[in-house]
Design a protein around this ligand. Structure first.
Ligand code: GLA
Length: 693
């Protein structure tokens, strides 16, 4: 039902939206609708015919081709650029045929072929009706006997209705300052968000939202993301004819691929949607999709963890970790994670990476005693690893210096004293699978924090079978293979994706990782900003958030807890320095969190007052059945006298009666339309339970 195939036209429907495209009279597949689902097929516009304007412009500047190759007079940002074996660089694609599969999700497949060369392009469209999302990806295949060089290979081009006054929202950042929201007018030209670092990076998030006047809870938003954990590119192009398109895919910066005869190449999935419910509506669709369709354990709330990094840094041993574990267990922590410093010769960040066995000095009897101790205290045990890396001062590097990404004639630039193993190589992949599998098999480990702490440099691969630049893609495939294999062998382990904080937060890694370490910045007021940005595309269940000692003495412990309780609560402070009253407060917050955990981690999230824009902010979660909710309110610093804004709740059943803790009973409508005032002093916070009566 959700894919209609009129002759030479296709309409992909979700519960509330539709995306329509088809062949025009010139035989080109063009897009002609993306918006609200319409009652009748005849309601959708028909594909536009090419019409000339002036000899200086090709028709692609006003007619949106669905998947344009670079050819002819197309000066727009194309999706595909290739060089054929005779040096011809012109891709003339024509429609071949289509097919539809209905299960597990309705999927439309359209085949195109170059009119002369043996290059086949297959476009895939999968509808996710319940989430109002459409997933697109593409495969190119070389059907000939000579290699074809690919220079650009995007996953999708998404076209918006003709017109101007669009705004693009995206996110930028840096280490310890990720996910800053930026909304800017789209004007003729190209605006690109990208990564060139081998991970999506802190610099930009693989996400976009386009609106023409939407608010948090109302108005049209076209949005999307790329399920890819490497170099990505999202480009919004406005042509001189007010046609706006967003291209999404692998970054073509330093990209090259030698497509061998008979070889296919598949681009990662671009997932996009349309909503009339504003930015919040867009986020909730993505959140539900991630929980239900992407995450390995999306229905199981995470345990409250303690992580020892900020308490002990590299100085870990059985005694120091046991002391922390004892306090953590008393506070109600459920999972104890030992961070960096536990493995062979790892006393600082200048040695050890690559040698993944317990340090003989710190753990002369292995990890068994500590794990047993943690388990006896009633907690699971977790461990930090950084599998893609190697320190030059390690047994692994001394044995295999050729295993790192490098150019033979260039110095190997170290960053944090480390080099990157070439995960594109199967011998490297097999080594990591072997050494980590042994670790996980021999020890009762329930959780792994998988870190990745540097960006690529000198991206060479001397033994590459094809074009060395394939490294950017094959590296990510290598990470997926290693992680996927370990997941497969150890299916109950919970994995966290960390890349110096939020450098690798994308829908590709979420098929492997259950959660993300969002930032190395654990200061609570900064964290409010970072968490709000992250929530644009990622659900709270994936957002690991520790309470630490940053800004202690300034920001109250309760405030720090409340901020972390907005995601998957964790603790990362030095518990040895916490006095009894701090430990008691922590125990109380942990008890409270256990009660609201299913609402936060599995519920719908409403950003009521933005923390990135205001010093007084509010965030609400509502259980899927709308019977319960929780309201978080934070005030950072506002000079007195200030009239604090009204807070209007969201997501409640308008006719049901709800009690808001300390505020009495009213109908859902009452709370949503009349709102409530929550007075707070500077650096105060409140968590209020909401219950249907
Ligand atoms: C990175 C991570 C931190 C911590 C350290 C350990 O910086 O983001 O959380 O694990 O590495 O070296």
């Amino acid at each position: 039902m959700s894919i209609h195939t009129c002759p030479n036209r296709w309409v992909i429907e979700t519960e509330n939206t539709a995306y329509a495209f088809g062949l025009n009279s010139a035989g080109l597949i063009t897009q002609h609708y993306w918006g609200v689902r319409l009652p009748r097929l005849a309601d959708y516009p028909i594909p536009a015919d090419p019409a000339g304007f002036a000899s200086t412009d090709g028709f692609d500047h006003f007619i949106p081709e669905e998947y344009p190759g670079y050819a002819s007079t197309k000066y727009i940002d194309p999706c595909l650029k290739v060089i054929f074996s005779d040096e011809v660089r012109d891709v003339v694609l024509r429609y071949l045929d289509f097919s539809v599969e209905t299960s597990p999700n309705p999927t439309l497949t359209i085949r195109l072929k170059d009119v002369f060369y043996p290059l086949q392009v297959t476009l895939y469209y999968r509808s996710h009706p319940d989430y109002d999302l459409i997933e697109r990806w593409v495969t190119v295949e070389n059907l000939g006997s000579e290699p074809i060089h690919i220079e650009r290979f995007f996953s999708a081009k998404w076209t918006l209705p003709i017109g101007d006054n669009y705004f693009l929202t995206h996110m930028y950042g840096r280490h310890t300052d990720e996910f800053n929201l930026q909304r800017e007018a789209l004007t003729p030209g190209l605006k690109t968000i990208e990564s060139r670092r081998i991970i999506p990076s802190h610099r930009a998030a693989p996400w976009f939202a386009i609106d023409r006047g939407a608010s948090e809870e109302a108005g049209e938003v076209w949005f999307g993301t790329l399920a890819w954990s490497g170099n990505f590119r999202i480009s919004a192009e406005v042509t001189e004819f007010a046609s706006t398109r967003v291209s999404v895919g692998l970054n073509d910066w330093d990209f090259g691929w030698k497509l061998q005869p008979g070889e296919p190449l598949t681009a990662p999935a671009s997932i996009s949607g349309y909503t009339k419910s504003g930015f919040g509506g867009a986020s909730r669709l993505l959140h539900a999709y991630v929980r239900n369709q992407v995450l390995p354990h999306g229905q199981v709330p995470h345990k409250i963890l303690y992580n020892s990094w900020e308490a002990t840094l590299f100085d870990v041993d059985e005694a120091s970790q046991s002391a922390l574990a004892e306090i953590a267990a008393k506070m109600g922590v459920e999972l104890f994670v030992m961070d960096d410093g536990w493995f062979h010769n790892r006393n600082f960040d200048n040695a050890g990476l690559g040698d993944w066995w317990p340090d003989e000095v710190k753990f002369p009897n292995g990890l068994g005693n500590l794990i047993q101790k943690v388990n006896d205290l009633g907690m699971d045990f977790g461990l930090w690893v950084e599998p893609e890396m190697v320190n030059p001062d390690s047994d692994l590097y001394r044995t295999h210096p050729e295993w790192v990404i490098h150019f033979p004639t260039r110095a190997r630039t170290e960053s944090r004293n480390q080099l990157i193993l070439n995960m594109a190589r199967t011998d490297v992949q097999d080594y990591i699978i072997g050494v980590l599998d042994k670790l996980l098999t021999e020890n009762n480990i329930s959780f792994i924090k998988w870190d990745m702490n540097r960006a690529a440099s000198e991206p060479g691969w001397p033994e590459a079978p094809g074009d060395q630049r394939e490294l950017w893609v094959r590296y990510v495939w290598g990470v997926y293979r290693v992680w996927g294999e370990l997941r497969h062998r150890h299916p109950n382990i919970i994995w966290q994706s960390c890349a110096s904080g939020g450098g690798r937060a994308d829908f590709g890694i979420l098929r492997l990782a259950d959660q993300v370490w969002v930032s190395d910045n654990t200061e609570a007021t900064s964290r409010l900003h970072i968490q709000e940005g992250y929530s644009q595309y990622m659900p709270a269940i994936t957002m690991e958030a520790w309470v630490t000692d940053w800004n202690e003495g300034v920001v109250p412990l309760e405030f720090r807890f409340h901020v972390s309780m907005c995601g998957a609560l964790g603790v990362g402070g030095n518990l040895l320095n916490w006095d009894d009253s701090a430990r008691d407060l922590a125990a109380k917050c942990i008890r409270d969190y256990k009660e609201i955990r299913p609402i936060v981690q599995l519920g719908m999230q409403y950003r009521l007052i933005s923390a990135q824009k205001n010093a007084y902010s509010a965030l609400q979660y509502v259980s899927p059945d709308r019977a319960e909710g929780v309201l978080f309110v934070f005030r950072v610093h506002i000079p007195e006298k200030y009239n604090l804004p009204q807070i209007y709740l969201r997501g409640l059943d308008p006719n049901a009666i709800y009690e808001v803790e300390g505020y009495g009973e009213r109908s859902g409508s009452g709370w949503m339309e009349a709102g409530l005032r929550v007075p707070l002093k500077n650096l105060q916070s409140k968590v209020l339970r909401i219950k249907q009566v």
